[in-house]
Write a protein that binds this ligand. Structure first.
Ligand code: FES
Ligand code: FE2
Length: 394
């Protein structure tokens, strides 16, 4: 699928959650925590890049509106505020003069990547009096699942294991994945992921679904299970007859009939997935992680806020196997799943997130998935803290 070009004559989209609010009940004022979270929730661990991407050169990223530079020292990737305290040049434009340091490209202020302290000033000699008196902010980092994770926040970091689904930490698995930066606020991406109604219509043109039928409509509710909110299907309808109009169905003669009504049911269920006892296929949790479980593999996607208008969309597909079955899955991922699911299928989601313009909004019955997510956030999420610029040296 091709992402449609934007209409150049259209007015630019207002910042998500800050649009006109002409009608009470159509805006987000009843979700004040959510409404204020345009830059996401601080004090969580977020996946950012693949470990293998960080080599000798500093790597710039933006997370929750903060400019951060990732720098490798041996096996460990460190994160610092991407701003030299001298004159504000990005450290990500600099280079590594000495092991374990990054030097600003302008005057060569050189920082220890482990603690952010100014270790040397190349253009002021070894006796530079400012040395040791200036530092840049550092961010806690970790490496899990082949990804670099950064804790963005003001509190002491909690163990990263709290922010990664336990099944990924406790079981052998093989994974494939990709990430990209997409247009739109992270909340729209998250709501799209958990949106009950859209897949049956938007994705019925996706190649990923070419041989698999999707329902025409469902009756659904949401249930909280630990940190997760799960969509549970009470009714699944394969055809819908609209008097005077006709019939809507996703059934086609060449399509296989459907999955059972929960991922742990049916034949050939992976024991790890069966052990999760999920009452529905799709789950979401803070700070913005979606899990779509199939009987034999699970897709996860993280909506990592870049700024108010862009999201880092991190997708992984996991099979809980090792040995030949795991290798076969990896080959299948690289040959097909990466292009069909993590490519064309989720590009349809990216297209909608990019072009939508809400609030105001008028929700319909399946949107209880969206309001359930907002309600959970009002109950469970920390109050978003305004972004404070990291200290500019001390
Ligand atoms: S601006 Fe970085 S060393 Fe001068
Ligand atoms: Fe979708």
């Amino acid at each position: 699928m091709t992402v449609q070009p934007k209409d150049e004559s259209a007015p630019s989209r207002p910042t998500a959650g800050r649009a006109n609010r002409p009608q009470p009940g159509q805006d987000w004022s009843q979700w004040p925590t959510y409404d204020a979270a345009a830059l996401g929730f601080r004090n969580y661990w977020y996946p950012v890049v693949w470990e293998r991407e960080i080599g000798d050169k500093p790597h710039a990223v933006t997370l929750l509106g903060e400019k951060i530079v990732l720098v490798r020292k041996g096996d460990v990737v460190h994160a610092l505020h991407d701003r030299c305290p001298h004159r504000g040049v990005p450290l990500s434009l600099g280079r590594r003069e000495f092991p374990g340091t990054v030097s600003c490209p302008y005057h060569g202020w050189t920082f220890d990547v482990t603690n952010g302290k100014l270790a040397a000033v190349l253009t002021d000699g070894p006796e530079s009096p400012i040395c040791g008196r200036v530092s840049v902010k550092t961010y806690p980092t970790a490496q899990r699942l082949g990804l670099v994770w950064v804790f963005v926040g003001d509190d002491q970091p909690h163990p990263i294991e709290q922010d990664i689904p336990a099944e990924l930490l406790d079981n052998d698995h093989v994974l494939g994945g990709k990430y990209d930066i997409r247009e739109g606020n992270w909340r729209f991406a998250a709501e799209n992921g958990f949106d009950e109604g859209h897949a049956k219509y938007l994705h019925n043109t996706a190649l990923w679904r070419l041989f698999k039928v999707m329902p025409a409509w469902n009756k659904t509710r949401v249930e909280e299970h630990g940190p997760w909110l799960i969509r549970v299907q009470d009714e699944v309808h394969w055809d819908a007859h609209f008097p005077g109009l006709g019939t809507f169905t996703n059934k086609r003669w060449w399509k296989r009939m459907p999955l059972p009504d929960a991922p742990g049911k049916g034949k050939n269920v992976n024991p790890v997935i069966a052990g999760l006892n999920l009452p529905g296929f799709v789950s979401i949790r803070l700070p913005g992680l979606l899990r779509v479980a199939y009987p034999d593999f699970i897709h996860y996607e993280w909506y990592v806020p870049v700024d108010a208008d862009r999201v880092r969309y991190v997708q992984i597909m996991v099979r809980f196997e090792d040995g030949p079955k795991g290798l076969l899955f990896k080959a299948k991922y690289l040959a097909a799943i990466r292009w069909l699911f993590h490519g064309q299928f989720t590009a349809q989601d990216a297209w909608m997130v990019d072009v939508m313009d809400a609030p105001p909004e008028k929700l319909y019955r399946p949107d209880l998935s969206i309001t359930g997510w907002r309600r959970m956030i009002e109950k469970a999420a920390p109050t978003p803290q305004p972004h404070k610029a990291p200290p500019n040296g001390c």
